[in-house]
Design a binder for this molecule. Structure first.
Ligand SMILES: Nc1ncnc2c1ncn2[C@@H]1O[C@H](COP(=O)(O)OP(=O)(O)OP(=O)(O)O)[C@@H](O)[C@H]1O
Ligand SMILES: [Mg+2]
Length: 460
């Protein structure tokens, strides 16, 4: 049903227009001031706004400008006296749909309103189609039915078009990067770059030149001008993952950007204006970091304008079977036999488990189960075996990897640590260890030689 809002400080005029339109079976509402009208439009869907130009405080033109911002689909009709056609023309240049002149004529009101409704319906339909197409693509592969997850989707839809900074929080593996991509992909920036930056992985002395770029001679070895990620992402989105790990002095520069949209490439004395949206993510409690003096409160408030908290998998456990089946389908080709299925015991095992590594962990357990199960059935035992040998290790993996990143270990050192852990965990059973590590038996043997890892003499 189409809704019409009539704004006029003269009661008679309001009532007359309402009466005429109600007789045409439209739903009408009316208000005496522009301020009240704006409130109605913010909270309700109004298809056509009919407003007088002269109103007590905020006038009709100002109202028109506000409405075209907050509700571009609403068609605005201006009421004007014969003496003020000029202002009606001005209103049309500013986005009004049409105007009607006083003294009001019934036929004119009905005709102009009908056309305005047609325009609004067309715009609404187009908006619906566009949002359906783009969000369908953006949410592809994002699985979940639980209310907590649906709420996340709702928030994404609300926040995406607003161009504001977003902070995504949630445990490791809960889908933070996936959500950031979805926001970008349904935002007006979708045809421009989306650049993820892992703040924990960038060495402290490189982070600023990576982000902001540098001018020739900014430091020894800075030969040419190098554009940083901020300029490379122009008109797009930068995803600052593990934002908690940004050094304090870089936090100041990031804050400056969020306030002025300006950056200083290293060595520059004048700022460069850049147009990028920032989406940040953290799996640690930033407020705790603020208390410890590791994170600036002012930066936190700037980043946290909108925040999305991703639920842990165990909080939305009703989605576990759905996700497990989705991954089974996704990795079907890993197996010799195509028709794998879970027994109810297997599903129960998965439901009972805590999933410290969340969706990422579930995904990897399913991959392993597909490979380990010899026949079509993936049963409870297979899942238990994987979880038993795997779960302390998964915990450990996350810890090891996080610590390793902090200690700035090399990839080879991390790999060596993980191999030793897997071997210890499995009592030096090479085939089990290689399965956990996701490498072949031969590769494992090769790596043992490469890193000079030897079986301790006390293990049989
Ligand atoms: N709702 C979902 N449906 C299906 N797959 C998902 C969903 N959410 C996340 N995933 C998958 O889980 C894995 C982890 O997601 P993602 O990398 O976005 O998490 P994250 O929170 O950034 O993790 P980390 O903290 O470890 O960086 C990815 O492979 C992703 O495709
Ligand atoms: Mg991530």
């Amino acid at each position: 049903m189409n809704k019409i809002l009539i704004v006029d400080d003269e009661k008679n005029q309001r009532e007359l227009i309402s009466y005429i339109l109600q007789k045409e079976s439209y739903i009408t509402q009316s208000s005496a001031t522009a301020e009240e009208a704006l409130n109605i439009i913010k909270n309700d869907e109004i298809d056509v706004l009919i407003t007088d130009l002269k109103l007590p405080k905020m006038d009709g033109i100002q109202l028109l400008k506000e409405v075209s911002n907050i509700s571009p689909e609403t068609s605005v009709i201006i009421i004007t006296g014969h003496g003020s056609i000029d202002s009606a023309v001005y209103a049309i240049k500013n986005g009004a749909f049409d105007y009607i002149t006083k003294p009001l004529k019934k036929e004119q009101i009905i005709l102009v309103t009908k056309k305005a409704i047609e325009r609004t319906n067309l715009l609404k339909e187009r908006k619906f189609l566009v949002s359906r197409i783009s969000s369908k693509e953006a949410f592809e592969g994002m699985i979940g039915e639980h209310p907590l997850f649906k709420n996340v989707i709702k928030l994404i839809l609300k926040i995406a078009p607003l161009d504001s900074t977003v902070l995504i929080t949630g445990e490791s593996g809960t889908g933070k990067e996936m959500v950031a991509r979805a926001i970008h992909n349904i935002s007006p920036r979708k045809n421009h770059p989306f650049i993820p930056v892992n703040c924990a992985a960038l060495p402290e002395n490189l982070i600023e030149s990576e982000l902001f770029g540098y001018l020739p001679g900014a430091f020894t070895g800075a030969i040419g001008r190098k554009k940083g990620i901020f300029e490379a992402a122009s008109k797009g989105t930068i995803f600052l993952d593990e934002i908690s790990e940004i050094p304090i002095q870089t936090q100041v520069k990031l804050l400056r950007f969020l306030q002025n949209k300006e950056i200083y490439p290293l060595g520059a004395t004048t700022p460069t204006h850049v147009d990028v949206r920032i989406i940040a993510a953290s799996n640690v409690d930033l407020e705790e970091r603020i208390k410890n003096g590791k994170f600036r409160a002012d930066l936190y408030y700037r980043l946290n304008i909108f925040s999305i908290k991703l639920p842990a998998l165990r909080e939305r456990s009703s989605d576990i079977p759905l996700l497990a089946n989705y991954f089974l389908e996704k990795y079907r080709n890993l197996a010799q036999r195509e028709n794998k299925f879970y027994t109810s015991g297997a599903i129960k095992k998965m439901l009972d488990y805590e999933w410290p590594g969340n969706i990422r962990e579930l995904e990897s357990v399913v991959q392993k189960a597909i490979i380990l199960s010899d026949d079509e059935e993936i049963n409870e035992d297979i899942i238990s075996t994987i979880l038993k040998i795997d779960s302390p290790l998964t915990h450990k993996n996350i810890e090891t990897t996080n610590n390793a990143i902090k200690d700035r270990k090399t990839l080879e050192e991390i790999e060596k640590d993980l191999i030793i852990e897997a071997l210890n965990k499995t009592g030096w059973n090479m085939s089990k260890a290689s399965r956990i590590l996701g490498i072949t038996y031969r590769t494992l043997q090769y790596r043992l030689g490469k890193y000079g890892i030897k079986k301790p003499s006390d293990i049989p």
